[in-house]
Design a protein around this ligand. Structure first.
Ligand code: 13P
Ligand code: SF4
Length: 346
């Protein structure tokens, strides 16, 4: 069988004019091509919750960073196509060095991962001998190789709680997630790096307070990378929002909460791609973005066309230096072993 080409995605089918083929027909044809090619390549397609809806719908698994790492490590396929950002695909390669890991666009980076370099971490460690290094999974392979335990937003608290209470911890790179962990554990020996994700830092307390006032009965789902996470807890503490309505959740845990929740309206503070999985999980609930412009340009670099050419041409292949991967693997495996399952991943 010859592989479908990008042209065939753009061209109408036999006997069809361009105007005959509706968007949904073209999407359905593209989705069939993707699934056929994936089977031919022995590939499993993983998509993060921030991907565009078409990619979430065609993927074999959709989930948060932890759930996707776990699926990548257990996958029996010889090829993993990671629809997410580069550090996620790199994590899959670290866990499965013998598999071919593809990302449809290797330029899909992450501003948070860029906020802590290996040299900076090396210097920070040298100033704090004896401290345990916990790095968020949003880091490069080189940073992971200098890390004791990685974490994601869904298990950061459990990871730090697993470290003896009298041992100092260096937590990076996300300052808002670090503040969340400190707050929950009430530990004052956690030093937090000052990095941030530009998308989540841009969802601020003023926007959240205004939306909460307009929607007094709504639940609030807040990703801990958000600049407004502290404001949400302040609103709860000040009685402006009932404390049980404020939920600080990873993207996958938002899906789990949506399936169990009873509120008719939910305000969502994270990247807007998340709304697609939430609406699928609970179609009767009105999910509203706290900031409709919170879109990650890196996540959106993975387009339907690029996914098709990735499978056709087996690119972009993710390569991690074997020695760096070997040193990073322990930190990533410890992350996978700790905490709840990581939401999503169905
Ligand atoms: P999750 O771990 O909640 O999926 O969030 C990761 C993230 O922010 C990717 O940008
Ligand atoms: Fe990185 Fe932020 Fe984009 Fe997530 S949303 S991939 S943390 S830049």
């Amino acid at each position: 069988m010859t592989a479908p080409t990008l042209d065939s995605l753009r061209r109408p089918g036999a006997g069809e004019t361009v105007s005959d083929a509706t968007d949904s027909e073209r999407t359905a044809r593209w989705a069939r091509q993707i699934r056929e090619l994936a089977e031919k390549r022995d590939a499993v397609i993983l998509a993060h919750n921030y991907q565009v809806p078409e990619i979430q719908d065609v993927a074999h698994h959709v989930g948060d960073s932890l759930a996707l790492s776990r699926i990548a490590s257990a996958a029996s396929h010889s090829v993993i196509v990671f629809c997410g950002v580069h550090f996620m695909a790199e994590t899959a390669k670290i866990l499965s060095p013998d598999k071919t890991v593809l990302i449809p666009d290797a330029q899909a980076g992450c501003s948070l991962a860029d906020s802590l370099t290996a040299d900076e971490l090396r210097a920070w460690k040298a100033q704090n001998p004896g401290a345990v290094v916990v790095s968020y999974v949003n880091t490069t392979a080189e940073v992971k190789a200098l890390t004791d335990i990685c974490c994601t937003s869904s298990n950061a608290v459990d990871v730090v709680a697993s470290i003896p209470a009298d041992t100092p911890v260096l937590f990076g790179p996300d300052q808002f997630l670090g503040a969340h962990v400190r707050r929950i554990l009430g530990r004052d020996n956690i030093s937090v790096w000052g990095g941030e994700c530009h998308v989540h830092a841009g969802i601020n307390g003023a926007q959240l307070a205004a939306k909460a006032r307009e929607n007094p009965d709504a639940d609030l789902y807040i990703h801990p990378e958000c600049g407004c996470a502290t404001s949400a807890l302040y609103l709860a503490g000040a009685g402006a929002v009932p404390a049980d309505r404020v939920k600080i959740l990873s993207t996958g845990d938002m899906v789990t909460a949506a399936k169990r929740g009873s509120s008719r309206t939910v305000l969502v503070a994270t990247e807007i791609g998340m709304l697609h999985q939430l609406r699928r999980a609970a179609p009767g609930v009105d999910f509203r973005a706290v900031n409709e412009r919170a879109s990650c340009k890196y996540m959106k670099m993975i387009t339907p066309q690029k996914l098709l050419s990735s499978l056709e041409q087996m690119r972009d292949e993710v390569v991690v230096d074997p020695e760096v991967a070997r040193r990073a693997r322990g930190a990533v495996e410890r992350m996978i072993a700790i905490g709840t399952s990581g939401g999503g991943g169905e």
